[in-house]
Design a protein around this ligand. Structure first.
Ligand SMILES: C[S@@+](CC[C@H](N)C(=O)[O-])C[C@H]1O[C@@H](n2cnc3c(N)ncnc32)[C@H](O)[C@@H]1O
Length: 244
């Protein structure tokens, strides 16, 4: 049960991002907020894919004093309102929320940022950058290995994007170090620890039990694209709204 102060802080943070363009739901933001607040002081928080700063503001609002948030985004993708306008919005939104001093913006791809990383321990990685399978595989490999013991890896658009989901299954279904611990809609959560064979099998089963949810989300996407209105309503379309 979260402390009342934390709940109030979350509501304040959410009030800053409610109208910011992005794909993070309130329930997902609440989970991210709680995890970011628990990152110890000698660790960093890394966000891959910032867009207009919705998730950045949630992470930075929750981070304890002395926990820096590294926001990595090249702001180069014109398709989803990226490029210079998105970068300007990102900085304006952070300033308005009063968290800009807690955030170190790295205007580059996650691969470049990983190459330049100074080796400081990472307590939380939020993965929401490029959604193609190869990029996600690389992000999981590189940033997953920088996660400290007991650190958490959050992956957005899992069970809704084909690229993200296939990378997760390929790399994490049988992982010896990153265990699936649950999901909030399309936000999947993994924890870094040594995993016994029994726990690995259980995590694999839990992950595989999300397959029908994945199939339903794909069906909703196809229905939305083809404008099969009755079908996506029947499938209970709500938060599967990512464009990838
Ligand atoms: C889905 S949006 C991120 C949404 C954001 N997390 C939010 O809460 O609103 C994806 C972002 O990833 C960025 N991106 C694309 N390729 C990337 C890469 N290789 N490394 C880091 N960011 C990338 C895009 O510029 C875009 O802003």
């Amino acid at each position: 049960m979260p402390a009342e102060g934390t709940t109030q802080q979350f509501h304040e943070a959410w009030s800053h991002v409610r109208d910011v363009d992005g794909w993070l739901t309130e329930a997902q933001a609440r989970t991210l907020f709680a995890a970011a607040a628990a990152v110890p002081q000698d660790r960093a928080i890394v966000e891959i894919g910032s867009h207009h700063g919705k998730s950045t503001i949630i992470l930075a609002s929750a981070a304890q004093h002395g926990v820096p948030v590294f926001a990595i985004d090249p702001f180069a993708d014109e398709r989803w309102g990226g490029g210079v306008p998105a970068r300007t919005r990102f900085h304006e939104n952070l300033q308005r929320a009063g968290v800009d001093a807690k955030v170190e913006a790295m205007r580059m791809t996650s691969t470049c940022a990983a190459d330049r990383w100074d080796g400081r321990p990472v307590g939380l990685v939020y993965l929401d950058g490029a959604h193609d399978e190869e990029s996600v595989l690389e992000d999981i490999d590189r940033w997953g290995s920088m996660l400290d013991n007991a650190g958490r890896l959050f992956i957005h658009d899992c069970f809704s994007s084909i690229g993200v989901t296939s990378a997760v299954i390929r790399r994490l279904a049988f992982s010896l170090t990153l265990a699936f611990s649950g999901n909030v809609g399309t936000l999947a959560i993994f924890e870094k620890r040594r995993i016994s064979t029994r726990r690995r099998v259980l995590a694999l089963i839990r992950l595989m039990l999300r397959t029908p949810y994945f199939a339903r989300n794909l069906l909703v996407k196809v229905a939305l694209r083809k404008r099969w209105t009755r079908l996506h309503r029947l499938a209970g379309h709500r938060d599967c709204c990512d464009p990838f």
